[in-house]
Design a protein around this ligand. Structure first.
Ligand SMILES: [Cu+2]
Length: 132
C-alpha cells in the first residue's frame, strides 16, 4: 500500500538523506548561505537562518560571482551600521568556506557598494557542541 504511493521513493530518499545528515551532523555541517540563490542582494538571510542550528565547527559557504560581492565578518556595531573598513576578516574568492570557530553571535556583511545597506547581511548565533 505504501509502495503504491507515488511519493514512496521520495519519502525513502528523504529518510535516507535526513538520516545521513544526522550522522554527519555529529561532526560538522556545511551550510550554503542562501542555498541555491547564494550570497546576493535578493535573499532574505534572516529567513534563511530560521530553523537552522549553527554549531562550532560548522562551515558557512558563500557562493557569489567573484568581484560582485565579498564577505566581511564584522562586529555587531559594523553590522548594524554597515561599516566596511573595520572588518575582522575579508573573503572575496566567490566561493568562500568559513569555519565557525567559536560560539556566540557572528555577523557578516557584503562590503561592496551599498549592498549591506540594502540587506546583504547575515547574523547567526553559533552554539558550542556541549549543550547541557
Ligand atoms: Cu554584495
Amino acid at each position: 500500500m505504501l509502495a503504491d504511493n507515488p511519493y514512496y521513493s521520495m519519502i525513502v530518499l528523504y529518510l535516507l538523506l535526513t538520516t545521513s545528515f544526522n550522522i554527519l551532523d555529529v561532526r560538522a555541517t556545511s551550510f550554503v548561505v542562501g542555498d541555491g540563490d547564494g550570497w546576493n542582494l535578493f535573499t532574505n538571510f534572516t529567513n534563511w537562518t530560521e530553523g537552522k542550528l549553527f554549531h562550532v565547527g560548522d562551515i558557512l559557504v558563500f557562493n557569489y560571482e567573484k568581484g560582485s560581492h565579498n564577505v566581511m565578518q564584522v562586529n555587531s556595531t559594523a553590522y548594524t551600521s554597515c561599516i566596511k573598513d573595520a572588518y575582522i576578516s575579508l573573503s572575496n574568492s566567490g566561493n568562500d568556506s568559513l569555519v565557525l570557530s567559536e560560539p556566540g553571535e557572528i555577523q557578516y556583511i557584503c562590503g561592496v557598494g551599498d549592498h549591506c545597506e540594502n540587506g546583504q547581511k547575515l547574523t547567526i548565533n553559533v552554539v558550542p557542541w556541549m549543550v547541557s
